[in-house]
Ligand binder design. Structure first.
Ligand SMILES: [Fe+2]
Length: 479
């Protein structure tokens, strides 16, 4: 009933609510915000830099661009009600070619708010329900580059320079919102996603995009309370829906908080196994002990009909102070989902706090052996989330973990695996990501040999400024 009431309230008196929210936001303190200060202090310029200094030898096979996006408010002094997840998006790119780094660029995603702040024209194209902040991932789909976000905005198509940006619902084929985590099934060429609507707490959707970049399926799935579903997974048989107890919070919205989602102990925690071509009634819902998951490393069908899914889990999320992620990180877990018993058993692989898991994505949805993650600080409620200096490589077959430590004052973000060549073995390739040197206020694009994980980077590209920690990045190989 609560969600029905919320829907009614939101549809009938939305303007009134936003008026109250704006008033309450005005009453919130403009105190220094942990996600707008220190390592997170936003950049104030759009740069184009050429011929960047390289240390070591960039592998000859790395021809392309590393793209990374994150929040970077154009007006960072407006901190009241701010949340890390809602900052204006800024995309960064580093090109690698013939062993050199010919350019770096950063550009804001030109939402209406950013355009107003910068005095520039907003990116053209349709907006969805008024949402157009895009800050969470940048991916290649059907040979085109897209900046994406969950819960509202349509994707933004980018050209190589980021100077041409267009809000584009996959050439008019996407009706609802999108997600920051579509996943390519390398066996079919489809992308699968689970999306939710900030403006509708009663539905999420399973979205499939065909190899031609057009949406072929947008299946509505009834839910309660408006769950925030950040990621999904696939196996050969199923798309997996993470319906966990972080849900829309009218209290947070009215209170002036810009990210109105909170831990909700009244929400049933469940994992849905949706047959990939099935309807909403075909979903097998499996109860799970309440927790929250932003990111899945991978999932696959096992030989006896169960589903194996590896995740980075949090004991709770958004239960404490608003402003950013909080709650105790439980490390890397293996979930075994039993569609007959409709149950989920959880086993800890590694209790060390960690996030941003990535596999060799040629194995996505299939049995796999290696997962790469970012260490998080040990403190359960770390105010800035980022702050450990290490990456982990998990061998899930042997249960062992290798560590790469960038050293004091050097803070990595998410790293992505890039195969050495198309037919390379799993784990035969490179790990690529950004590392902030906080004392030096510089950033390196670091390249690790995945098979010499603890060894020094094979190459580093030096950026002469600090790139604030963001969310996700990907390697876009030249065609
Ligand atoms: Fe994410």
């Amino acid at each position: 009933m609560a969600s029905v009431i919320e829907t009614a309230i939101r549809s009938v008196v939305t303007k009134g609510i936003y008026g109250v929210a704006a008033f309450n936001r005005w009453r919130l303190p403009e105190a220094p915000h942990p996600f707008l200060t220190g390592i997170h202090r936003p950049m104030r310029e759009e740069l184009t830099l050429h011929d960047l200094p390289v240390t070591g030898t960039i592998p000859a096979g790395l021809q392309g661009r590393y793209l990374r996006i994150g929040p970077n408010p154009a007006e960072p002094d407006a901190s009241a009600g701010y949340h890390w997840f809602v900052g204006d998006g800024m995309v960064h790119g580093v090109a690698l070619k013939d062993g050199a780094a010919p350019w770096y660029r950063n550009r804001w995603i030109r939402s209406n708010q950013v355009a107003e702040a910068l005095g520039k024209a907003p990116a053209p194209g349709p907006r969805h329900n008024g949402f157009d902040t895009v800050n969470t991932n940048v991916v290649r789909i059907a040979g085109r580059d897209w900046a994406i976000v969950e819960a509202g905005s349509y994707p933004v198509e980018l050209d190589e320079t980021f100077d041409t940006q267009v809000f584009n619902p996959f050439d008019g084929t996407l009706q609802g919102s999108f997600t920051a985590h579509p996943h390519l099934d390398p066996l079919t060429g489809e992308h699968h996603a689970v999306t939710y609507e900030g403006a509708d707490p009663n539905v999420v959707r399973h979205v499939v995009i065909g190899p031609d970049g057009r949406v072929t399926r947008e299946l509505p799935i009834p839910v309660q309370h408006g769950p925030s579903i950040h990621d999904c997974a696939i196996t050969a048989r199923y798309a997996i829906v993470l319906d966990l107890p972080v849900t829309f919070s009218m209290r947070a919205l009215i209170g002036g908080h810009r990210f109105p989602y909170a831990w909700n102990p009244d929400h049933r925690a469940r994992v849905g196994l949706l047959p990939r071509n099935g309807g909403a009634d075909d979903i097998i819902w499996c109860d799970v002990e309440p927790c929250y998951v932003f990111h899945v490393a991978n999932a696959y069908d096992d030989a006896d009909g169960k589903v194996v899914m590896d995740v980075c889990a949090h004991e709770t999320m958004f239960a404490g102070e608003p402003g950013g992620p909080n709650g105790r990180n439980l490390g890397l877990e293996r979930w075994t989902i039993d569609p007959i018993a409709k149950s989920v058993s959880r086993r800890t692989f590694d209790p060390a706090p960690q996030e941003f898991p990535r596999p060799d994505e040629r194995r996505f949805g299939q049995p796999y052996r290696y997962a790469y993650t970012l260490a998080l600080p040990d403190e359960g409620d770390d105010a800035q989330f980022i702050g450990a200096t290490m990456l982990y490589k998990h061998d899930l077959e042997t249960g062992t973990r290798a560590v790469h430590d960038f050293g004091a004052g050097r803070y990595p973000g998410e790293f992505v695996f890039v195969p050495a060549q198309a037919d390379a073995a799993e784990d035969e390739g490179w790990l690529v990501g950004l590392v902030v040197d906080l004392p030096g206020e510089t950033t390196d694009l670091a390249i690790l040999n995945a098979r010499d994980f603890a060894g020094p980077p094979v190459a580093s590209v030096r950026l002469p400024h600090r790139v604030p920690p963001g969310f996700h990045g990907n390697w876009i190989a030249d065609l």
